[in-house]
Design a protein around this ligand. Structure first.
Ligand SMILES: Nc1ncnc2c1ncn2[C@@H]1O[C@H](COP(=O)(O)OP(=O)(O)OP(=O)(O)O)[C@@H](O)[C@H]1O
Length: 617
């Protein structure tokens, strides 16, 4: 109770500094509760006890940002003060809001430098500090692997552009500052508009080349090194983890025998660790971590669900085995882990998911009950307060994304030639993938409708290919409406829903319709062969405009056209895709309807092929 009062006092102090004498009018007072008392701009988690967002945009705030008071609310994820007149600095104490994912300070009068402590906010996804008076250097954000947006244009920032993980960034703009030196390697992601207006900047994509510099010592090895080092770092952590694990196990075996619940296929691995371990982990997010916070909070379990391959799998097996970082996506990082017996697993380390251990366990077990041959099951999962891991079987044939866009990779993995590959992913195969995925998704939606569990992050890289080249939907249910890591798409859908006449809270129905949208984008990928960027909006816009201009045939993948694929079938599938990507979620069909239509298209296709064959006879 006293703690709650302290929190309220701190927040009232925060608003008084930010908007002198106005907080009271907005319901911010110490006698009401922030989550129940209608405090303006405050949104809480569903427990109605913890503050999730503070959004005070366009309110003519003229005060300063008291980060120390604000960050008494530790679980805060979103701070948005866009388009006000806030003055003063962004204080160093902002790093105490360690769960912040979104920081929007665009269009204020902030001054001073961006605090170096920003780089400790490892959960950050979107940062917008544009249109302010910030000066000094840009902090090194390269370790924030999940960062999607960094907008700092129209300030007075100076110095070099530090390293960023450009492979994940979706938006980046530092134009109109005083930055100098070379533009870093962007991997072709951003054009010159992100950098213009900095007289001292040089190099691509800007028109002015940099003065010649001495040749780099070790050119071309950076990517390889990155993987190698993350592997070494992981091995380091594994060793520390194992030592800690063994010490604890030894200590425990003196007092109590560890009881393995074999009958229920649940293995309880009591894990804890030293604080030095969490230090090792602190700077690098590419390892499974067991931090000190877990000790004393009861056991964390590796729950083995359904796999004859790894019935006896234990958490320590994962720690002990060599792991290779495969990627860092929106939901977290993915590792390829090879067990002693040669079994290869894919381990997803989930990022930023506020879900209790019990809820997580129930959710995973619930998803596991709804089985479909075209959905990759979770083999095992691990959940502690610090760490959530999901274990899948590794699929060596890669994903639909790679099949469509990265053919070279596929040749390597399957040892087939390019011409074979082009033929093997012909129209019939693409239609079959569309039919199977839609049917599988419809089945999952039906089975999990009552629980409100949709896929949440459907895309071609989450459609894997089995040994038999069958499509498998992966990562079902790893994002939900309550998860802060909602995709932009889900946010857009909830925005539309909130602004519709029946608007309100994000309904789970909406999450299913967001899946429909994502499926529509996959259909566009199959039809056009184009790569999806920006949540598929670019592709959707391009296809829509081509259709408006009556260039429908132009959108289809050249490989399909030259193969002689039926234009009628392709147009029919395109029509389904367009329905799926309708901007209004309520206008989109549900997946059962989609699967039904695609099945009919496929049947027509088969009938016309067989009648063609009869005619040939
Ligand atoms: N079980 C698996 N077996 C083999 N490859 C996999 C498996 N799961 C995912 N992958 C591939 O590994 C790569 C990295 O996966 P990751 O999940 O990190 O990327 P992503 O799908 O872009 O991210 P996210 O799903 O978090 O948005 C992707 O190319 C994905 O297709």
């Amino acid at each position: 109770m006293q703690k709650r009062q302290k929190l309220k006092d701190a927040l009232v102090q925060f608003i008084e500094k930010l908007a002198p004498q106005r907080g009271e009018n907005w319901g911010w007072n110490t006698s009401s509760d922030p989550c129940k008392g209608g405090w303006k701009g405050v949104t809480c988690y569903s427990d109605l006890a913890t503050i999730k967002k503070i959004v005070l945009d366009e309110l003519n705030l003229t005060g300063t940002l008291d980060a120390a008071s604000l960050c008494s609310t530790k679980a805060l994820m979103v701070l948005s003060l866009n388009s006000n007149n806030v003055v003063g600095t962004l204080p160093d104490e902002i790093s105490k809001c360690s769960h912040l994912t979104h920081v929007y300070l665009h269009g204020n009068n902030f001054s001073g430098s961006l605090p170096g402590s920003l780089s400790r906010l490892s959960n950050l996804k979107r940062v917008d500090v544009s249109d302010n008076g910030f000066s000094g250097g840009i902090p090194d954000m390269s370790r924030i692997s999940g960062l999607l947006t960094f907008l700092a244009d129209n300030n007075q920032l100076s110095g070099l552009i530090p390293k960023f993980d450009f492979s994940n960034l979706e938006e980046f703009n530092v134009s109109n500052n005083n930055l100098s030196g070379p533009v870093p390697d962007l991997g072709g992601r951003f054009n010159r508009t992100s950098f213009l207006g900095n007289p001292g900047l040089c190099g691509k994509p800007l028109p002015n080349a940099c003065p010649p510099s001495p040749p780099a010592a070790k050119k071309g090895s950076s990517k390889k090194d990155y993987f190698m080092y993350s592997g070494y770092a992981l091995i380091g952590i594994i060793i520390v983890g194992l030592v800690a694990f063994k010490l604890i196990k030894k200590g425990k075996s003196n007092s109590k025998k560890n009881v393995a619940k074999k009958g229920s296929q649940v293995t309880d691995d009591k894990v804890s660790s030293t604080s030095s371990e969490s230090k090792v982990v602190g700077g690098n997010r590419s390892e499974f971590s067991i931090t000190s916070a877990e000790s004393g909070r009861g056991s964390s379990s590796l729950v083995v669900l359904s796999s004859p391959m790894v019935n006896e799998l234990k958490f320590e097996d994962l720690l002990r085995s060599p792991a290779e970082l495969l990627g860092r996506g929106r939901n977290g990082s993915l590792y390829k882990v090879t067990l002693n017996e040669g079994v290869t697993l894919a381990v997803k380390r989930i990022r930023d998911w506020y879900i209790s251990r019990d809820d997580f366990k129930k959710r995973m077990q619930r998803i596991d009950q709804v089985k479909h041959p075209n959905v990759l099951p979770v083999v095992a999962f691990y959940c502690s307060s610090q760490e959530k891991l999901l274990v899948y079987e590794f699929q060596a044939n890669g994903s639909l994304f790679r099949l469509l866009h990265d053919r070279h990779h596929l040749f390597l993995s399957l040892s087939i030639s390019e011409s074979q590959d082009r033929q093997s992913f012909d129209w019939g195969s693409r239609l079959a993938v569309a039919a199977k995925i839609s049917a599988a998704l419809a089945y999952m939606h039906q089975g999990l409708q009552a629980d409100g569990i949709a896929h949440g992050n459907l895309k071609s890289s989450n459609i894997l290919l089995s040994n038999e080249m069958e499509p498998l939907i992966s990562e079902y249910g790893l994002a939900d409406a309550d998860n802060q890591d909602q995709s932009f798409l889900a946010q857009l859908d909830s925005f539309h829903e909130n602004n519709s006449p029946s608007g309100g809270i994000i309904s789970s129905n909406n999450a299913f319709k967001t899946d429909t949208y994502s499926f529509g984008i996959i259909l566009l990928e199959l039809l056009t062969g184009n790569v999806v960027q920006n949540n598929g909006f670019d592709l959707a816009r391009w296809v829509n405009s081509a259709i408006r201009e009556e260039w429908t045939v132009e959108v289809f993948d050249k490989a399909l056209v030259s193969e002689g694929a039926s234009e009628e079938s392709m147009v029919s599938l395109l029509q389904v895709a367009l329905k799926c990507i309708d901007i209004s979620s309520s206008a989109r069909p549900n997946m059962r309807e989609v699967a039904g239509i695609i099945n009919t298209i496929r049947e027509h296709e088969e009938i016309s092929i067989s009648s063609d064959l009869i005619n040939l006879d």
